[in-house]
Design a protein around this ligand. Structure first.
Ligand code: AMP
Length: 272
């Protein structure tokens, strides 16, 4: 099977590298016969995004050598119910602490996203890389951050996963994409945990993910209507963000699902 990486990034006010504001992005890996459909889907995503009308769209199609594709097992997912965003952010801090991160650094990670992590106070195109012990930001370009690319679900694994989580209302494209990204970053050496919430004004949920916790969805992490969101990768022992990003861009497919893709009980979680 020959695989192709199809990726898209869109900005308004010029290209990202010339200061354009990030509107939308996407990372997929598909077979040759799916390239056209995927290009169309990503283009439509960019052109119809609620954040605005992009005047710059970059679409890249690149063949990925089959032998170079890594195989990942999806993180299990569970939802931690919260009443509002204040509780949601407190739960995010608590979960990061459970990953061995000092509460001040965990709170700082939340504050970074909440305050608009890019230098212009808006959203970044990629993720912040934060030293989990010192709180130092390691990414060299704070407007771009680091980006995961060349990641997707293998079609069979995605179908099996969707079937398993459908009853919990989680079988949508947005969550599937986020689980794939979180699976990739948490399996990359140096990653302690990830914190994420979307910059889409209409989407208020987010998550904390780690190898030990899995993907813990938090239904409220920001006010409805806010264009501020982002990702923080909390790392330990990473000195060179560029080398870390190269690892995040090694092609990989989520080829397997865990024995229990959906965990809802605290008890199930602590047994992991
Ligand atoms: P989204 O969930 O697509 O709304 O993305 C939320 C934020 O996550 C974006 O503003 C970026 O800062 C970051 N982000 C999106 N895609 C990636 C990626 N492939 N790698 C790293 N960070 C990303």
């Amino acid at each position: 099977m020959t695989w192709y990486s199809v990726r898209m990034r869109a900005a308004e006010g010029g290209p990202h590298e010339q200061g354009g504001a990030h509107i939308s992005g996407g990372e997929r890996i598909v077979g040759e016969e799916e390239i056209e459909v995927m290009v169309q889907r990503l283009l439509r995503r960019a052109m119809t995004h609620e954040k605005g009308r992009p005047d710059f769209i970059n679409l890249t199609v690149e063949r990925v050598p089959d032998e170079g594709i890594g195989s990942l097992t999806a993180l299990p997912i569970r939802t931690r119910p919260v009443a509002d965003l204040t509780e949601g952010r407190a739960v995010a801090v608590e979960l990061l602490e459970a990953c061995g991160i000092d509460s001040r650094i965990a709170q700082y990670a939340v504050d970074l996203i909440a305050g608009g992590p890019a230098p212009d106070g808006g959203a970044m195109r990629g993720a912040i890389v934060l030293d989990a012990d010192t709180g130092e930001r390691l990414e060299t370009d704070p407007a771009r951050g680091v980006r995961i690319s060349k990641i997707d679900w293998a079609p069979d694994a995605l179908a099996a996963w969707r079937e398993q989580v459908a009853a919990n209302g989680l079988a949508n494209e947005r969550i599937a994409e986020a689980v794939a990204l979180a699976t990739k970053v948490t399996s990359t050496p140096g990653t302690v945990a990830e914190l994420c919430w979307s910059d889409d004004p209409g989407y208020v949920a987010g998550y904390v993910a780690s190898q030990r916790l899995g993907y813990v969805r938090i239904p409220y992490l920001k006010p409805l209507g806010s264009p501020l969101g982002g990702r923080v990768y909390l790392v330990r022992g990473v000195r060179d963000a560029a080398a870390y990003e190269r690892e995040l861009q090694v092609p990989a497919l989520v080829q397997a699902i865990p024995p229990q893709p959906y965990l809802n009980e605290e008890g199930e979680l602590s047994k992991r």
